[in-house]
Design a protein around this ligand. Sequence first.
Ligand code: NAP
Length: 474
Amino acid sequence: MLASCVMSGATTSRGRRLRVAVVGAGPAGYYTTDFLLRQRAVLDLSIEVDLFERLPSPHGLVRSGVAPDHQSIKKVTKAFDRIASDPRTRYFGNVTVGTDLTHAELMQHYDQVVYTTGAATDRKLGVEGEELAGSHAATAFVGWYNGHPDFTSERVDLSTPRAVVVGLGNVAMDVARVLIQMPASLASTDITDYALEALSKSQVREVVLLGRRGPAEAAFSPREIQDIDELEGVELTIDQPESTLALDATSFSGDARKNVEFLQSVALRTQREAPRRVRLRFLSSPVALEGTGQVERIKLERNRLVERQGRVSAAGTGEYELMKTGLVLRSIGYFGSALPGVPFDTTLGVICNDRGRVTATPGGAIIPRLYVAGWIKRGPVGLIGTNKTDAKETVDHMLADVESGPRHNASPAEVITKLLNDRGVRVVSYADWRHLDELEVAAGIQRGKVREKFWSVASMLQALDARAPVAADG
Ligand code: NAP
């Protein structure tokens, strides 16, 4: 039925041409592109996708979020590269939408626009002392060890014996693992050299993982907490183990049950001597970070669980405790950023949308030809693969709207290229990226690592300028 849309818009030998701008080359951007390109067999549409990315390098959180000791997860980039190599895809790296190109220009030059910009910032704890030196958002710490250009100047002081990680999600597991494991076990990964050096000199010997609720409410996946337990030279313990043992594991299901059963086995066993330790502390909330110019202590309030509207929540008991620490990593979730001209829900940190169709306000009218996918659509939850089903939902709506939505004549492909050239924007093509990729892998081989990343935009552009010119489009 959708094939009837051949009557509208520019046409080619394969029917109507649909030009789409996808903004953000992380997993959601690639999966959106992939689902769009796969429509060839189903619809009489000739779809072209221009994929825009603020950084020269693509792959989003797979490059700058996934922990260096989780290399197998990064293999998904091979599929991403295949998607980008499709001749119907053009990659525009080093292009910031909102600065180099406006949202209005995208809407003018493309038939449809999809934002897949993720959730780049962190949620705030909202406690006194949060801004002290030694207090970092986990997002910044992750960006730092992964060489994300926005975070390489983060000053991470690892001279404290105890670090406290606030939050019990999988990001908290990642940062705890990177902080506490023997640095030698990271040496052959793609962790940046500067982070490896800092971790090699780290004095951190204990990481306290702080959960505001109980063991059954922990957000980590069973495998992630078990991975911590399996780290060489690291002992996992539970503060106040009796409260974990008091739970009836059979009253929970799924991951909660698996977590409770595992944590009870940890609580029951005799503690082993180990040079490094991870302590799980449940039912505790940070209420202040204290110190003179630098975090020296974290003030904790003991919580109890209360059930409100079917959800188990933490409520403070008024009992406080001070814990010494020089490093606090706030791992309480990512938060999306607004884009100029695009409706944003400041409470949820997402672009206002109805299952992928952007709306003028939360629950408001649909804005034709404008879409969203990934974390900036549904919030910062789910694994990389979750973005597949999410992108499919958005693309299904995009294709359905081609038939029923307002007609629009996109500009020819050259228009955007010329616009960016005229503005002096140094566009990085996919061929450029593949060159950088080869340089990184080669630099890694020299060091006995998977790769050594470029960790500044300037160094990436310099490396490209130092090479013989290549074709404009990758
Ligand atoms: P998350 O799973 O939402 O976990 C956030 C944690 O912060 C929860 O424990 C939450 O506790 C806690 N929290 C929130 N507000 C708090 C506050 N004010 N005070 C104290 N604690 C607070 O988020 P995430 O860890 O950033 O992960 C984001 C997504 O990426 C998740 O879906 C995760 O599974 C995924 N991810 C997966 C992997 C992997 O599979 N290896 C790695 C990294 C990330 P409550 O539960 O009480 O709200």
